[in-house]
Every structure is written in C-alpha cells, then in structure tokens.
Design a protein around this ligand. Structure first.
Ligand code: UDP
Length: 484
C-alpha cells in the first residue's frame, strides 16, 4: 500500500474530569472527520457511554472512530459501579477514591496502548506519563490543552522571573515581566506549586512531571483560538520554544448541544419571556464547591442588582444527601424565585444554549476556560470571579487583553475545587454586575468588543479559517511524520 493511502491511527486518552473529557473527545471526533484518519478513544465504560451518541453519529457519517474500554476498578477502591470521573461523585468522600482508581488504571492503560500500537497519542495535560509510553513506542505524544497560550506564557514568565518574591505582601500587585501587555497580578492569585513547589506535596510533583512531559512531547493542541491571543501564540513559539495548534472549541464547532438536547430545557422558555440582553447568567462550572456563606452572598447580590438571572447552583454534601436550602437568605425563595425575578437551577444546565439566547446580557463566571470561551463565542460580556487552577490568568486575558469583561475582585487562589478563600461579599458582586449591565459608556464598549471577539471566533472555525486550517495542517504534519 502506498504511504499516502495509509490511515493515521490516532489514540486519544481523556482524563477523568468532565470539562477536560468533553473537549478531548470532541477533538477526537474532529480528527476522525478528516480523510485518512482513524481514531481510538481509550477510556472506561461509563465515560464512554457519556460520549457514545457523538461517536455513533460520527461513525454513521462514515468516520473511523471507536472506543477501546478498560474496566474502571470501582470495587477495588470502594466506589459504586458507574462512578468513573470526578464530576459524577455523589459525595466528597468519593473524590480520593476516584484518584486512587485513576492511579490503578495507569498500567492497564499503558498496556492497552502497547497492544493497540497507534501512530500517535493525544492525551490530556494531566496524563504526563503517556510521554513515557510514546517514547517506548517511538511515536509522538501531543498534549490536548483545555486552556490558552496566554496563561501558559504568564506562568512561564512568572516561573523565570519570580516577581512575586519582590513584593512585601500577598496583596501588593506587580507587573509580570516580559509579556506583550502590562499584566498586573498579586502573589495571592498565584498557584502554591509555582511559589513554593517544595511545600505543595503531590501537586508540586505532578506539575514537575507535567512540565517535564511537555518538553518531551511533540506539541500542544489548544482547544482555543489563535485570533484572540496572536501575540501570545508568537511568544510561546519564539520565547518558550513551544509548537502548538489552535483548533477552536470543538463542542461549538460540532454544534453538539443543539444536536443532543432534543427537548428544549425549561430555562430556555423562561428566557424567551425576558428582554433581550437583560439577563445575567451565573455559573461556576462543573467542579467548584462553595461554602454556604458564599452562596448566601451571591443570592444577596443577585437580589440587590434587581436584574433577571439564571443561576446554576451545583452542590454536593458530605454524604451526598440532597441538601435543603437553609443557606438562602430568608424570604429569597418567595421574593425572588417564586415571584419569577430569577431562575435557580440545581440540575446540569444546557450552558451553550443558554449563553446563545438573546436574553442573556452578561455571564458571571469562574473563568474556567470552556465556560469563558462559550460566553465569548456567544458574544456575551463576562463578569470574572476566578478561584483556582489557571483561572486568574484567564481573567487577565478577558479583562486586560480582550477587554470583554469586568472583575469582581476575587483575589485568592484555591488549591482545590472545595473553595476555602475568603468569601466574596455581595457588594463586590453587585458592583461588578451593575458596572457591566448599567448601560454606561464603559459597559457599551465592553459589549461591542465582546461581539467583535465572537465574530472572530466564528470566522476562525469556518472552512479556511485559522482553527480549521490548524487542524488540517496538524494532521498532515503527523501523517508526514509517522507514515512517510
Ligand atoms: N457545564 C454545563 N452545565 C452545567 C455546568 C457546566 O454545560 O450546569 C459545562 C460548561 O458548558 C463547560 C463545562 O461544563 O463546558 C465547564 O468547564 P469549565 O472549563 O468552564 O470549568 P470546570 O468545570 O473545569 O471548572
């Protein structure tokens, strides 16, 4: 068979967090949509089930894509059957058990990769061990990053120059050296594994492994858009020596939510009855667990701001029992919810469809990069309340570089999704809401800019746009590298 007739067999390995799995599996579907590519997704049965509809759809369109599943060691770690990722835990006590099960899966997964003998591995940044197996098999490993180049550049510059060591307190701001824009941060907003890696236990060690694996990998695929951060794409290439591709957020490209939600959600009907651009959407992603005191302040701020809202409240208790609503301010249910001034959702929200609804005029977000991009793609300006991971960097990209949002002023980085930083008071939240939604000149300028970014993102994924071209050139490069 001539080399050009051979398939590129790509193996995709999703990590066990919903907001990481979804972009990785969707990127696998995009890969498979290109000619001469066959994709295998290596995961566990319940996780495969979540994505079965989109994989089936791709397969029935004639694309070569399939799952290879390995049993999740639920019984071995004392988890009920079917709990196979961090998003599906029913109580906090299950979280360390999921971590243990993931570590037990490493060897069987490595063996499965050996047996499958793919031409390349595309794996999450959280799976640095895959670089070892790629080297053993002499094949390229690509990192699938669910964040952006900007945050990588900021982290890199911070690590080299350590400006946080030159300030007198955690709250004194400094400018991150060597970046195309003037980015101010404080030490309190930075990861502990950056500032004191020796004291940050497992996360420090994992970061070292991730960074080492990054230098040994073939390159990074960002589910982001080069148009929104062109100077940082250049910076990462020229200064950091990184090789990267920006393929766009695949769920937006595939239009997945509208394909899968056959029944229109009740919140969308509620939104139909609101004025265009009037509603604030409030969601903190899939993982964040706030203390009740923080929910209380958010409720007060929403009531005080007097704007219609859709508020997604995700809560799990110590035991997983359904929680009551003791944490709501007294009378809030009657005054606000029952009088239809806002909608509170405890279930999984169809976020992409909500953000695309014309009634939405602002999005209070924790700056998880998927959420941020979903808001940006819909042209919705953002109110930023970062809490952990790289979210404080994302906030700076949103408010200082793209200028499509305002900051609430949450100032302290958290080590885990169980939020322990000081509660952000209602006044700060209400002030940011009114700054973004009061129709001032500043608010209008932000809104205009948000629309521009949305247009840029849409163009990027069209045929010939940069995301689409980046994906094609990555696949051609891989074919040339491994097949010819
Ligand atoms: N999400 C959703 N409905 C919900 C909560 C979250 O669809 O009720 C989706 C959201 O659209 C996004 C992802 O979950 O795609 C959250 O990812 P993000 O990176 O924003 O945050 P994380 O969950 O990792 O903190």
């Amino acid at each position: 068979m001539a080399a050009q007739d051979k398939n590129l067999n790509a193996l995709f390995l999703p990590y066990f967090i919903t907001s990481h799995m979804t972009p990785l599996v969707d990127t696998a579907v995009l890969f498979a949509s290109r000619p001469g590519v066959a994709v295998t997704i290596l995961t566990t049965p319940s996780n495969a089930l979540m994505f079965q509809p989109s994989v089936d759809r791709a397969a029935s369109a004639g694309h070569r894509i399939t799952f290879h599943t390995i049993k999740f060691p639920a019984a071995e770690v004392g988890l009920p059957e079917g709990i196979e990722n961090y998003g599906s835990v029913a109580s906090r006590g299950m979280i360390p058990k999921v971590s243990l099960a993931i570590s037990l899966l490493r060897e069987p997964m490595a063996q499965a990769i050996r047996d499958l003998r793919p031409h390349c591995i595309v794996s999450d940044v959280m799976d640095p061990w895959t670089v070892d197996i790629a080297e053993e098999l002499n094949i390229p490993r690509l990192i699938l990053s669910t964040t952006n180049c900007f945050s990588e550049c900021v982290y890199y510059q911070l690590k080299i120059h350590k400006p946080y060591e030159k300030v007198r307190s955690d709250s004194e701001s400094f400018v991150v050296p060597g970046l195309p824009d003037e980015i101010e941060m404080t030490s309190a907003q930075l990861e502990d594994y950056l500032k004191t890696p020796e004291d940050s236990g497992n996360s420090g060690e994992l970061m070292n492994q991730i960074e080492d694996a990054e230098t040994r990998s073939y390159g990074i695929v960002f589910t982001s858009y080069s148009e929104i951060e062109p100077e940082y794409v250049q910076h990462s290439k020229n200064v950091m020596g990184r090789k990267s591709w920006h393929v766009g957020l695949p769920s937006l490209i595939l239009g997945k939510e509208s394909e899968t939600n056959e029944e229109r959600h009740r919140c969308l009907y509620w939104l139909d009855n609101q004025q265009p651009g009037s509603v604030l959407y409030v969601s903190f992603g899939s993982l964040i667990r706030f203390p009740d005191t923080q929910f209380f302040e958010i409720a007060l701020a929403l009531e005080e701001s007097g704007r219609p809202f859709v508020w997604v409240v995700r809560k799990i208790g110590k035991t997983g029992e359904k929680e009551d609503e003791d944490w709501l301010p007294e009378g809030f249910r009657e005054r606000v919810l029952e009088s239809n001034k806002g909608l509170m959702m405890r279930e999984w929200a169809p976020q992409i469809s909500i953000l695309a609804h014309p009634a939405i005029g602002g999005f209070l977000t924790h700056c998880g990069w998927n959420s941020a991009m979903e808001g940006m793609a819909a042209g919705v300006p953002l109110i930023t309340c970062p809490l952990l991971a790289e979210q404080f960097y994302n906030e700076k990209l949103i408010t200082r570089v793209l200028k499509i949002g305002v900051e609430v002023g949450s100032g302290v980085w958290n080590r885990s999704p169980q939020i322990l930083s000081p509660v952000v008071g209602k006044d700060k939240i209400a002030k940011a809401v009114s700054r973004l939604m009061d129709g001032s000149e500043e608010a209008e300028e932000i809104r205009r800019q948000a629309k521009e970014v949305s247009v840029m993102m849409k163009k990027s994924v069209e045929e010939g746009g940069s995301s689409s071209s980046d994906l094609n050139s990555l696949i051609e490069e891989l074919k040339a590298y491994v097949l010819y």
